[in-house]
Each structure stands twice: as C-alpha cells, then as structure tokens.
Ligand binder design. Structure first.
Ligand code: NAP
Length: 309
C-alpha cells in the first residue's frame, strides 16, 4: 500500500514529490507521457526565481526530478489508465497494474488547446505543430514563412523562437492587441521578422491533398474577408486544457474541466489533493504550480498524520 501517489511530474508534481519525500512518505510519482510536463517543451524560462540568466525548461525539470529523487521519491515513467476514488484505499490502474494508496495528489497539468479544425488534425506533424521548441528547427520550416496562432505569452514565445529559423513569422490573432504580458508583447512586436495579422482567425489549413502544410485560409473578423496566406508551418499556441479526463465522474471538476480546489489543496474527495495547472485557470505559472505542489504535499502529510493518531 502506498502512502501517496503523485500523478504528474510538472512543477507541481515534482515539488509535491520533493516535500512528501522529505516527510518520509516514500511517494510514488507517475510521469505520464510527458515527463517534466509542458515546461520541458519551453526554451528559456526567465521568470522562475533563482535563475537570473534564465534556465532551459528541460534543464529546470530535470533538476527538480533529481532533487526529489535525492530524498527518496520514486519517479516512474508510467501512465494512469484509470482510478477509483469511491472508497479508500484508492485504487489506481497504472499501465495495467493495480496500485493501492492511502492518498493521491493530482498534478496532471494541462495540454495544448486545438483549433478544432479537421485539417489541423490531418496535417499534425506535417507542418501543424503545438511546440516550436520541439519542431521549429525542422528542415520544412527553415527559411520559409510560418504562422503562429494566438495572442498570449505562449504565442509570443513561439513566434520569437521561430525567428531563428523561419524567413518570416506571421502572428495571427483574433483581436487587435496581444493578451501577453507587457514585456513579451513589446519584445514580440519589436521583432522585425514577426508580422502581426490582427482581428483574424485561421479557418482552414491547406493542403491535405499534398499531405503537407502549404498555407492557411484566414478570415478577417471585422470585414469578413477571406484570404490565403502561404506558409509551410502552423504553430498553434492558443492556450491549454486541463488533463483531467481520467478523473471525470470521480471528483468535482468545473465546467472547463479544472479540478475544483478548496481549503488549500483539498478536493471533493477526502484524501485527494490537487496542485498546478489542472486546477488553475488563473495564474498558470511554473512558480505558482510549484507553490501549489508544496501546499498539497503539506496538506497530504498533515492528513496522514491526523489519521495515524
Ligand atoms: P492564454 O494566455 O490563455 O492565451 C491564449 C491566446 O489564444 C489568447 O490570446 C486567446 O485569444 C487565443 N485563443 C484562445 N482560443 C482561441 C481559438 N479557439 N482561436 C484563436 N485564438 C484563440 O494562453 P498561453 O499563452 O498559453 O499562456 C498560458 C499561461 O502560461 C499564461 O498565464 C501565461 O502568462 C503563461 N505563460 C508564461 C510564459 C512566460 O512568462 N514566459 C510563457 C508561456 C506561457 P484572446 O486573447 O482573444 O482570449
């Protein structure tokens, strides 16, 4: 029987792992399919305190994992198939194996939101991507025009990164100003290789017949006019959706699928705690996720200690 199983190894999960390990709870930590979480797909992280020159996202997460393991966290490259939170001990099926645990910390993070266009799906990995750091250097994007969709920090980051490879980066946003933080927005708009296309939506991605991206169909949301823009890549950076499908029906989620958090890190199920982007539609920062991971670990430890009395 496990004391605690931590689901997810982003900033929230690995911080919870560090704290529960140091509390001698010997945590089992499941990475899911993306060990280190979404931050591993970022280039430089400039706003995590303690790194004045910034730190590579992958490097930061590798260090967090090592730190948690140093105190005994067991980080496993395994995926949660299903979970039964209806009674204790809780029962998890992990890569087909049954795992029983006294408590759970959910820190399953968030995934990329999609445009929900059919051709986005059909041309994924053929020019449509959700990660500039992962794919930006591919030959198909070098010295070619590419499109980034979105107006937040992620879109700005993707666009800036892509200027290293692409001939021009079109930043297509549905409004006439960026949602991104001021420093990111100013830096992005000052970059001569980034051309914003305001008040516009990508309504189709071409060309499935050629089995690769050759352009996008744009609609001007003010005039309704439609145009085609040639490009070899479409980088979709329009926000995130929480990774909480597997908990549906087991635990209270809000209308957008975020785990509802109360009294610190508690959830609707006694003994199940939550931390990070899967429960945070507001801040969604590496440092807030880490803080929530710490809080969840402390709440979990106190819960187990109170039960042991
Ligand atoms: P976000 O802030 O939610 O921005 C999403 C953007 O996509 C918005 O501009 C939104 O438009 C647009 N959008 C949403 N749905 C769309 C759709 N269906 N079609 C077209 N456009 C759509 O998401 P994010 O940029 O991924 O950032 C998430 C969080 O991570 C934020 O808190 C951000 O500060 C943080 N972050 C920080 C950094 C950094 O500090 N270095 C880097 C990346 C992310 P509207 O503006 O019209 O809503």
């Amino acid at each position: 029987m496990e004391n605690v199983v931590i689901i997810g190894t982003g900033c929230a999960g690995l911080t919870a792992a560090l704290y529960t390990a140091r509390a001698n709870l010997n945590p089992l930590v499941l990475t899911g399919l993306l060990p280190g979480g979404l931050l591993t797909t970022t280039s430089i992280v400039e706003n995590f305190p303690g790194f004045p020159e910034g730190i590579d996202g992958y490097e930061l997460m590798t260090r967090m994992q090592k730190q948690a393991e140093r105190f005994g966290a067991r980080v496993k490259f395994e995926t949660l198939d299903s979970i039964d939170l209806s009674q204790r001990p809780f029962v998890l099926t992990v890569d087909g194996e049954r795992v029983e645990t006294k408590t759970v910390i959910i820190s399953s993070g968030a995934g990329h939101r999609h445009l929900e266009l059919e051709n986005e799906r059909l041309l994924e990995k053929k020019g449509v991507t959700f990660c500039a750091t992962c794919d930006g250097a591919l030959p198909m994007f070098r010295n070619q025009p590419v499109v980034v969709v979105g107006g937040g920090d992620s879109a700005c980051e993707e666009a800036s990164y892509l200027t290293r490879f692409a001939s021009v980066v079109y930043l297509v946003h549905r409004r006439d100003s960026l949602r991104a933080s001021r420093i990111m927005a100013e830096r992005t708009l000052a970059n001569p290789k980034i051309k914003p296309i305001w008040n516009s939506a990508v309504v189709d991605i071409l060309d499935v017949k050629q089995d690769k991206v050759t352009g996008v169909q744009l609609r001007n949301l003010v005039t309704g006019a439609e145009t085609t823009l040639d490009c070899t890549g479409v980088f979709v950076a329009i926000g995130h959706v929480p990774n909480t499908q597997v908990f549906r029906g087991q635990i209270e989620l809000d209308a957008n699928g975020y785990v509802i958090r109360k009294n610190g890190s508690e959830t609707s199920v006694n003994g199940v705690f939550v931390a990070g982007d899967c429960s945070d539609p507001v801040y969604r920062q590496a440092i807030t996720a880490a803080g929530m991971g710490c809080a969840a670990a402390i709440d979990c430890e106190r819960f187990l200690a109170a039960e042991a009395i």
